[in-house]
Design a protein around this ligand. Structure first.
Ligand code: ADP
Length: 675
């Protein structure tokens, strides 16, 4: 076995590979960018080398630099993880030339599967079913349009070099084809440097079912069953599970054997995944093969009891596959939920920032957490905004799902917007519980999965007020202890309680510029009388360590954690509080009592949702626009975001031009609503 390997990756997958390598007594070399100098994978590795600036192109994608580090550190093999260089045939080749084992398939297999079009060329003859498509070399608009017309709408235009859900456009009729084609080509060019596309039949209610395959260098190949990854947003997976709900054994076998044929057709070695569309009628079609370890591999590990990274290392070392097909069994059921720094209520826009507070469920035999960040770390704009993968196992799907909900309820994340609540809503949906999943699940159940945030309750407002009062009391006590003039009225602590009229008036905001709520807390002998929205509650509070408060409100006792961001000064506007109870959390803002409400209102500012580049400006000053009309297109994190008119009106000003770089929150267009 290798004595030392280099991990050409970061985040959770680098940490996950290091864990298995260490268990096998293999030493690990990490590489890191400027943004990751203190990252978890750097700390876990036995040694680590700086390879460049934060952007991946200047660090994790520098093949030569990484190989140089491998040589210098004496690493005998390189594990590429997923993403970055993992499916880069040139990198695999360069490793081989440098005498370093690439832990993955041979360059030829990566190349054969690297293009969705090329893969279809190979899979057809190998007897793997394909969906009706055009994947030819002729990329003339007329040819592609004709192909789409022949296949029949709806069709899907896909970047041949695509991945990660990018570079895909659904087209429902011939008239929309040309516009979607150019937008798809533009995204394909900017994300993959290759604007070629293919056109295929769009299945309206398929499931995404994929097969884990493994092959060794001795010609053996097996499948480790399926994963169902149907629940997707933006064509990207959100919750994965294994086995697939309601999968018939004969279809599992047929799919598994097709995947093994696919692997053998390209001389595959190592871990790979064949992705299929699984139609309502039981037919299935090959989509693509991913020539690496997948993000969702842990669910397969949980139901098979195998460590796939160990398999990868053994195979790369020239050993035979650890198990034969008839030795592999499915045991129980597993789910993986991807915990992302993103905003489900805002089209899943990535959120960046510091993990001010992070508490995760305690791992045990049923709950596994794969993460690459700790409290205090930042999620930056440079890489995938995944915080962690939560993986759960139990004997049945129902019990595993209950575990998933339970573990999600224990998560506490403050500092950036995250998808925990959304994941919990998914895992609680009756149709999901029933296993009725398909790729349109999230869209179809939009209303239930994205409920409008309810108004702040009187109880939540009272807790926020009690937290601030408790904090101020603590502060006053400290001052009194350290202050020479203990009798100054400014330093009175107990004095507040002597006077029944003494009260605190606080104004909270429901969102940064949302509706206001006034809370008045009056001191009583036994606690407080808190008036909120015309209601009076009796309350008491005790501050406990670790941001916890024990509160009793109208007889209900509970512990709530309150994490605050912003300054320590209570009067400071904009201080943000996050209340975290068991299975619920709520954000609110403190507005200083004296400040008057901003009466402006009306039209929301049209601002950049994140830093990016303006790639199209469709309007000019003075233009009359309809509600929903596309005004400008911003490219950020390799995705296009269209800024639309919020109402019918007129363009008062356009503040940026095509090609301009814009900062997060920059106002892009001034808009005047039609009176
Ligand atoms: P990527 O490589 O970007 O992940 P895939 O080809 O794997 O792209 O497709 C991603 C997802 O898009 C699939 O899981 C599925 O939900 C959807 N999809 C892809 N092809 C089709 C199709 N022909 N019909 C319906 N949905 C599709």
């Amino acid at each position: 076995m290798f004595e030392k390997i280099l991990i050409a990756n970061r985040g959770e997958i680098a940490c996950r590979v290091i864990r298995t390598a260490h268990r096998l007594g293999i030493r690990c070399v990490a590489v890191y960018s400027d943004a990751d100098a203190n990252a978890m994978h750097v700390v876990m590795a036995d040694e680590a080398y700086h390879i460049g600036a934060a952007p991946a192109r200047e660090s994790y994608l520098l093949a030569d630099k990484i190989i140089e580090v491998a040589k210098k550190s004496g690493a005998q093999a390189v594990h590429p993880g997923y993403g970055f260089l993992s499916e880069n045939a040139d990198f695999a080749e360069k490793c081989a030339q440098a005498g370093i084992e690439f832990i993955g398939p041979p360059a030829s297999a990566i190349r054969a599967m690297g293009s969705k079009a090329g893969a279809k060329e190979i899979m057809g003859p190998a007897g793997v079913p394909l969906v009706k498509s055009y994947h030819g070399a002729d990329q003339a608009v007329a040819t592609l349009q004709k192909a789409a017309d022949e296949i029949g709408y709806p069709v899907l235009i896909k970047a041949t070099a695509g991945g990660g859900g990018k570079g895909m456009r659904m087209v429902f009729n011939a008239g929309e084809f040309a516009e979607n084609l150019s937008s798809c080509q533009r995204e394909a060019k900017s994300s993959f440097g290759d604007e070629r596309v293919l056109v295929e039949k769009y299945l309206t209610k398929p499931r995404h079912v994929e097969i884990q395959v493994f092959a060794d260098k001795l010609g053996n190949a097996v499948y480790l069953f399926e994963r169902d990854c149907s629940v997707q947003r933006r064509h990207q997976k959100v919750i994965e599970e294994a086995p697939a709900p309601q999968m018939k054994p004969e279809i599992r076998k047929a799919m598994g054997e097709a995947a093994v044929r696919a692997a053998k057709a390209v001389g595959y070695v190592g871990a790979g995944t064949c992705e299929f569309l699984y139609d309502e009628d039981g037919s299935f079609y090959f989509m693509e093969m991913n020539t690496r370890l997948q993000v969702e591999h842990p669910v397969t590990e949980m139901i098979t009891g195998q460590d796939l990274v160990e398999w990868q290392l053994r195979v790369a070392n020239g050993e035979p596959l650890p198990k034969k097909q008839d030795e592999l069994r499915i045991n129980g059921h597993a789910f993986e939920a991807r915990i992302y720094a993103e905003d489900p209520d805002n089209d899943f826009l990535p959120s960046i920032g510091k993990l001010v507070h992070l508490r995760q469920p305690e791992p045990n035999a049923n709950v596994r957490i794969d993460t690459g960040v700790r409290e205090g770390d930042s999620v930056s704009m440079y890489y995938d905004p995944m915080i962690a993968k939560l993986i759960v196992w139990d004997e049945s799907r129902e019990r595993a799902l209950a575990r998933l909900r339970g573990a999600l309820a224990e998560y506490e994340i403050v500092g950036l917007t995250h998808n925990i609540k959304f994941l919990h809503a998914l895992g609680s949906h009756p149709e999901f519980i029933a296993g009725n999943v398909d790729t349109g699940f999230i869209k179809r159940h939009n209303d239930v999965l994205f409920p409008a945030a309810p108004e702040l309750t009187a109880e939540e407002l009272a807790i926020a007020a009690l937290h601030l009062i408790a904090e101020q009391l603590r502060h006053a006590e400290q001052v009194a202890v350290h202050h020479a003039d203990r009798h100054s009225p400014w330093n009175q602590v107990s004095g507040w309680r002597l006077n029944e009229d003494n009260h605190h008036a606080l104004v909270f905001l429901e969102s940064e510029n949302g509706p206001e709520h006034k809370v008045i807390a009056q001191f009583r002998n036994d606690g407080f009388a808190v008036s909120v929205n015309g209601q009076t509650l009796s309350a008491s509070v005790t501050a406990l360590p670790d941001h916890l408060l024990a509160v009793t409100i109208d007889g209900k006792k509970q512990q709530v954690r309150v994490v605050q961001q912003g300054t320590q000064q209570q009067t400071q506007q904009g201080k943000q509080l996050t209340l975290i109870g068991h299975g619920w959390s709520r954000k609110l803002w403190l507005k200083s009592v004296d400040a008057n409400a901003d009466a402006a209102g009306g039209v929301p500012a049209l601002t950049a949702p994140m830093p990016g580049t303006i790639i199209a400006v469709n309007v000019k000053k003075g233009d009359k626009v309809a509600r929903g009309q596309a005004l400008l297109v911003l490219e950020a994190m390799k995705m296009e975001h269209t800024i639309r008119a919020p109402a019918e009106g007129e363009i008062a000003d356009v503040l940026y031009a095509q090609g301009d770089l814009v900062a997060d929150g920059a106002e892009l267009v001034r808009f005047a609503r039609k009176e």
